[in-house]
Structures are given as structure tokens and as C-alpha cells.
Design a protein around this ligand. Structure first.
Ligand SMILES: *Cc1c(COP(=O)(O)O)cnc(C)c1O
Length: 394
């Protein structure tokens, strides 16, 4: 089946939908067993059907079945109450005291916090590596390096990572690779498991839910690792709300059309911004000005609506004049919904391996489904406001 068809049909088993189009929201803690034999059978085979709410209901299973199929090379997966929980839950499941973990310097901020501040309390050591290292990552390996985290493109700064090269080094050293595949909408734009990752983790909060109204995370593992990962996940009690899983299922059905529109509009706006006099360069993986662009061309099937813009003049605090007064682009965390967003960003203080040096300040844009003429008008006015606020200063 082609992917567009899969997005429509995956996970809609008749025993879950009972004759309607969508699986309903099954809300459950207690599941009832008919008799002693059924109870005993369920105890021996808790994955065979309904067992206890924590192990999910058909609403969850429907979404998981779809997400695993979309992540080519996936064996099994599970849902988490947020993307960050999927990351922390996966890392805790795969690592133990005494292990060393490698994390890209461009990693999502909360992941950086979890790995560098929380994991040491469990005896797990983290060090950061240059996201553009490729196979040079071999120099960062230690005797006890057990896992490499990859996030491509990087949060805020969009470096595209050479996952196959990193995975080859990791495999030779007996280390696992976990990829944060959020930007690629969990397998749709980049098949990280086929490229060498052992587990793909992503925030469904972004494009899968797609409407900025629910938090949800997912982890999909290669078949060899799936049972171990799932056993640990069950043992630690991770579960997600069936209502949020249902919202994600609803989002999934239209993911292809939404993503294509986000991609086309974001590229149009990124190219338009590149020609603006106020802009130093655009950090969009599909454009040559983005570090790792050639890897993007090799490994990705498309882009989403999220990219960065580096301005020529001014500094982080000057961005107030840019963001204040925007009519359509609103300021807020997260992305992947139908609406356009703008975020002032300063990666300088958090970088430890590859210092962030740029001509001017950085803003991150998420291009929504609005008309691009309206979006350009909003951005043009913002850039003019920004320049006017700087004139006389420099
Ligand atoms: C948003 C995001 C997350 C976290 O997802 P939440 O659902 O917000 O917890 C993790 N990784 C990346 C790359 C993200 O953009």
C-alpha cells in the first residue's frame, strides 16, 4: 500500500471500529473477564486483548498500529503523554547506571535538560557532540557509550545529521541509536529506522495531532528491541489518554495533505525571506544555506513547515520590535498545528560543543495553512518595524 492510502486505512480494524469509520474513544481502567479461564488466559497473554486500562484500549492500539506501519522497519511501539515523556521513557528503558550517552549539541532544550541534569542522578553520564560530526563521532565514543541520540534537523538551528554514518559507528561499537523524528512527522518525511536508528521517538503533539489541542508522544522500535522496550515501558506505567490518542488518529487521516501544504508554503516563504534585505540567511533543510543540506537531499523525502531565519542586524532583545505587533504569526512554543507561529531564539548560552555564531538574531517560524500573501504581508511589516527600531542604533 502507498503511504497516502495507509494514512487513511491503517489501524481501522473492524473488531476495533464495530462497523463505523473511526474507532471510538474507549475509556477504561477496569476490563472485565468472563470467567476464570478467560482471566487465566489474559494473565498469560496480556497483549492478546483488553487486560487493564494501563495497557491500552483499541483507541490506543489503532494509533500505535498506524504509527508503527508508517515508521518503515518498525516492530512495535507505545504511546506516552507527551513527546518529552517518550524521550525520557525510552532513554530510561534502554540505559542503566554506568552507561554513557551521546547527545547532539543542537538537541531540543528539554531533552538537553533531561539528559544532562536528570540522568546523572541515575548514574548515566551524558556528553554532547557536534551535530555535523557524521562518522567523526567515533572520537566522542567512550568504553561505556551505550546509546547515541540523533535529532535531525536540530532544534532551533536545523543542522541535518548524517544518521547512517553515525549508526554505522554506533553499531561497530555495540551502541544503540535513538532518533527524535519529530520534525519528519514520525517517519513520513524520513525513515530513520531504515537509515540505522533502533528506536524512533516523536512528539505526535506536533503534526500528527496537528491542531494544537493535545499532547502525545510515541516510540517505535525495531523488532529486535521492541519487546524489551515495551516491557520496561509497562513496568514504569507510561500510558496516554484515549481521548488524546483519538485526536491523534483524527489528525493522522489528513496528515499527508496538511504536511504537503505546510511544506509548499514554508518553502515559498523561506525563499522569499532569503531575498529580503534584512535577512542574513535562512535555515531551511531544503535550502543550500542550511548546514547538512546535502544530507537532507539524500535522506529526506520532504520538509515540514518549520525553519529558522537569521537576521543581519541587531540582537536577541531587539526582536521585541519584530514580534510585537504581528497580526497572524503568534508567539508560542510547539508547532505543527494549522496556525503560523514565530519564536525568538537564542541558542548561544546552551551550546557547549559547536558554538552558535551568527551575524544577527535568530527567529524560528512555523508556517501554517493561512494564505501566503497574508503571511508575507505580516512578515514584511515586522521586518520593516524591526529595521526602523534599529536605525539610529547601529
Ligand atoms: C516538541 C518536541 C518535543 C517534545 O514534545 P512534547 O509533546 O511537547 O513534549 C521533543 N522533540 C522535539 C524535536 C520537539 O520539537
Amino acid at each position: 500500500m502507498k503511504e497516502k492510502t495507509e494514512l487513511v486505512h491503517l489501524g481501522r480494524r473492524p473488531e476495533w471500529t464495530h462497523g463505523i469509520v473511526n474507532p471510538p474513544v474507549y475509556r477504561a481502567s477496569t476490563c472485565l473477564f468472563e470467567d476464570f479461564a478467560a482471566f487465566e488466559h489474559a494473565n498469560r497473554n496480556p497483549d492478546d486483548g483488553l487486560y487493564y486500562g494501563r495497557r491500552g484500549t483499541p483507541t490506543h492500539w489503532s494509533l500505535i498500529e498506524a504509527l508503527v506501519a508508517l515508521e518503515k522497519g518498525g516492530g512495535d511501539g507505545w504511546l506516552f503523554p507527551s513527546g518529552l515523556a517518550a524521550l525520557s521513557g525510552t532513554l530510561l528503558a534502554l540505559l542503566e547506571a554506568g552507561d554513557h550517552l551521546l547527545v547532539p549539541d543542537s538537541v531540543y532544550g528539554p531533552t538537553r535538560h533531561f539528559t544532562s541534569r536528570i540522568l546523572p542522578r541515575y548514574g548515566i553520564e551524558t556528553s554532547f557532540y557536534d551535530p555535523l560530526a557524521g562518522d567523526r563521532i567515533v572520537d566522542d565514543f567512550r568504553k561505556n557509550t551505550k546509546l547515541v541520540l540523533v535529532e535531525s534537523p536540530g532544534s532551533l538551528t536545523f543542522e541535518v545529521q548524517d544518521l547512517p554514518a553515525i549508526a554505522r559507528v554506533a553499531r561497530a561499537r555495540g551502541a544503540m541509536v535513538v532518533a527524535d523524528n519529530t520534525w519528519a512527522a514520525g517517519g513520513l518525511l524520513c525513515p530513520v529506522l531504515e537509515l540505522g536508528a533502533d528506536v524512533s521517538v516523536h512528539a505526535c503533539t506536533k503534526y500528527v495531532v496537528g491542531h494544537s489541542d493535545a499532547m502525545l508522544g510515541a516510540a517505535v522500535a525495531r523488532p529486535q528491541l521492541a519487546a524489551r522496550l515495551k516491557a520496561h515501558i509497562f513496568a514504569t506505567g507510561w500510558t496516554a489518554s484515549p481521548d488524546d490518542a483519538w485526536l491523534a488518529l483524527r489528525g493522522l487521516r489528513t496528515l499527508d495533505v496538511r504536511l504537503k501544504r505546510h511544506e509548499a508554503q514554508a518553502l515559498e516563504i523561506a525563499r522569499w525571506l532569503e531575498d529580503r534585505p534584512e535577512v542574513a540567511h535562512v535555515l531551511h533543510p531544503a535550502m543550500p544555506s542550511c548546514p547538512g543540506h546535502e544530507i537532507f537531499v539524500r535522506d529526506f523525502r520532504g520538509a515540514c513547515g518549520l525553519f529558522g531565519v537569521v537576521l543581519k542586524r541587531g540582537g536577541y532583545r531587539d526582536l521585541a520590535a519584530l514580534v510585537d505587533g504581528m497580526k497572524l504569526f503568534r508567539m508560542g512554543f510547539s508547532w505543527g498545528g494549522f496556525e503560523s507561529l514565530i519564536l525568538p531564539a537564542d541558542p548561544t548560552p546552551i551550546r557547549t560543543v559547536r558554538p552558535w555564531r551568527a551575524q544577527g538574531p535568530l527567529v524560528r517560524l512555523h508556517i501554517g495553512l493561512e494564505d501566503t500573501d497574508d503571511l508575507k504581508e505580516d512578515l514584511a511589516a515586522a521586518l520593516e518595524r524591526y529595521e526602523a527600531s534599529l536605525s539610529g542604533v547601529s
